[in-house]
Design a protein around this ligand. Sequence first.
Ligand SMILES: [Zn+2]
Length: 86
Amino acid sequence: MALTFGQHPARFKLDVRSRPRMYDGAMRHDLMEILVCPMCRAELTLTADREEDGEVVEGKLVCSGCRETYPIEDGIPNLLPPDMRD
Ligand SMILES: [Zn+2]
């Protein structure tokens, strides 16, 4: 197999901006569709104490399985198991 150099070198350009964003960190109601309890994988119920522009700024997530509670602070849900917080 012959390699030809100098003709139309392939150029690969990484465009970081075109990468799909999975999750920007904000806690939104539609995020509930992908969030599950890290302990038992059951569904979480969102309770919003304060919302801004459709994002839950303060609130909590309650597991429907093991009843564990996960706090939401500054719009970020803390899904660490209770003994791993702090
Ligand atoms: Zn659970």
